[in-house]
Design a protein around this ligand. Structure first.
Ligand SMILES: C[S@@+](CC[C@H](N)C(=O)[O-])C[C@H]1O[C@@H](n2cnc3c(N)ncnc32)[C@H](O)[C@@H]1O
Length: 382
């Protein structure tokens, strides 16, 4: 096991953070002291849906499913820093990641966890893994996936790595969190992994091929890598999303992230990248996810709730990225307000694709085998 700080030793209960507003202007409260597993989150959401059989008539009941909760852990001061807008960013390798790590951002990540739980029908992984013994979760964020994985596979050792030690204390002894830049730092692990998981890591790396190559090298023969991420694309059945503020916002995210030196919208290139480093048996699944709870069927409505909540919470932290596309602060505010209005409008029947892609290291490739571990994407080039 590498000799690095252990999150559970550094995380203590503390400040709660304020949330945002959502459909019908209802305040989204922050998460609880012991944040529940996704099953509890979803059962609360389901209970609320039972109360509100027609969500479109009373959307605030949906939001209320997160009521009376407080996120009960705070960020260790030694690793965090506060910027001028009052948001907290990681202090380890500052500038390596553009999004905050505070309670609001942690809530957003947990919305995404709930969303992928629905997309994957309650499963944590799509790759055909059986009884994995060593699991790595890169860019683990709140650690909610790693904690659930450790409970689901009690005989596995689960490691979550991140630039921020914001994770909750694991509920089991087989889950550990480490501070690590997965792209620029060398991976030092004593055992090969059977499964490596990355979710919502679009903004994390200059060139994700470096991480794919390291993953390949550190997987056991026959081990699997899996990515779960949104494509930053917007669709509608009748083209009503064309020319919308949200469409423009997404296009500016692409330009802004390119200008920041990391195109975070490259999920469509991942299949080729995985092939390039030697992965085989690549599987893909794409799910259209409503951008708000506009859809009639319960599953789509729930997905829309969690995606919409996540996108609403993303408007503020992505200001920097939009600013890098050349917009002034006033223009960013104006655009964000228009996007918020569109996302809250249940008449907008729009959706975005959520992508899952997994791939296997060939059985004839030994642990440690593989090629170069550093790629460098040229800004502006695919
Ligand atoms: C959008 S969050 C996703 C969190 C988690 N995977 C989830 O889906 O709930 C991205 C996370 O990756 C972390 N991260 C960003 N760049 C990283 C890097 N180079 N190495 C390791 N972690 C990184 C961030 O600190 C953040 O917690």
């Amino acid at each position: 096991m590498p000799d690095r700080p252990h999150a559970s030793q550094t995380l203590q209960g503390g400040n709660s953070q304020t949330g945002d507003t959502n459909w019908s202007g209802t305040h989204i409260p922050t998460a609880p002291a012991n944040f529940p597993s996704q099953y509890e989150v979803l059962s609360q959401a389901s209970a609320s849906l039972t109360d509100a059989s027609n969500l479109e008539a009373d959307p605030k009941l949906y939001v209320a499913s997160f009521g009376e909760r407080e996120r009960g852990w705070t960020i260790p001061d030694m690793y965090s820093t506060v910027d001028e807008n009052g948001r907290t960013y990681q202090g380890f390798m500052p500038g390596e990641y553009s999004l905050p790590n505070d309670g609001e951002e942690q809530d957003r990540q947990d919305f995404q966890h709930a969303l992928y739980n629905i997309i994957l029908d309650g499963k944590l992984a799509s790759a055909p893994i059986r009884s994995p013994k060593h699991i790595l979760d890169i860019g683990t964020g709140t650690g909610i996936w790693a904690i659930d994985a450790a409970e689901l596979w009690p005989s596995a050792q689960v490691i979550g790595t991140d630039l921020s030690l914001i994770q909750a204390a694991p509920r089991t002894s087989n889950c550990h969190f480490f501070l690590e830049n997965s792209e620029t730092q060398d991976w030092v692990y004593s055992s090969p992994f059977d499964y490596i998981h990355l979710r919502s890591v679009g903004p994390c790396f200059t060139d994700i091929r470096t991480v794919f190559q390291k993953a390949y090298n550190h997987l056991a023969p026959g081990g699997w890598i899996e990515l779960q991420d949104g494509a930053w694309e917007l669709y509608s059945l009748n083209n009503t999303s064309r020319g919308s503020a949200f469409e423009r916002w997404l296009a500016l995210i692409k330009v802004g992230s390119l200008n920041q030196g990391r195109d975070m919208t490259k999920i469509r290139s991942h299949r080729d990248y995985l092939k390039q480093v030697g992965f085989v048996n690549i599987g893909e699944k794409e799910t259209p996810v409503p951008t708000s709870p506009w859809a009639k069927d319960r599953k789509s409505k729930k997905m829309g709730y969690f995606l919409g909540s996540s996108m609403l919470s993303a408007l503020e932290p992505y200001r920097k990225t939009i600013g890098s596309a050349g917009l002034s602060p006033e223009e960013i505010d104006e655009l964000a307000a228009a996007v918020k209005q569109e996302l809250l409008d249940l008449r907008n029947h729009w959706f975005m694709p959520a992508c899952v892609i997994y791939a296997q290291k060939p059985f004839n490739q030994e642990y440690g085998s593989g090629g170069q571990t550093h790629f460098k994407q040229e800004p502006g080039k695919p």
